[in-house]
Design a protein. Structure first.
Length: 100
């Protein structure tokens, strides 16, 4: 294998890693899970006065659980359908005809 081919294959691996690392689903899912845990804990530790203000509904608990479910959905989606960097042909097609 020539040096150029090795360099190209290394760049492809780096591009794939960057595509997975900066996947927006990871950021959204992670934030929803973190905030969901915080709000769920607030709901579990809610006082009677807090429940009375919300007319007996533990809104923090339900909202926190919903956020956890949504965050886990995004993280599961990311695992099941990982991001793939665009191929050379797709990039060229998006750029239009080049003047080489």
């Amino acid at each position: 294998m020539s040096d150029l081919q090795k360099e190209v294959s290394e760049l492809e691996r780096t591009s794939a890693t960057a595509a997975r690392l900066f996947d927006i689903r990871r950021i959204i899912g992670g934030l929803f899970v973190v905030y969901g845990v915080i709000v769920t804990i607030a709901g579990i530790t809610a006082s009677d006065a807090d429940l009375k203000k919300a007319e007996g509904i533990n809104i923090n608990l339900w909202t926190g659980l919903g956020m956890l479910v949504l965050g886990l959905f995004f993280l599961g989606w990311m695992k099941l359908r990982p991001a793939v960097p665009p191929t050379e042909e797709e990039i060229e097609a998006a750029d239009g005809p080049s003047a080489h």
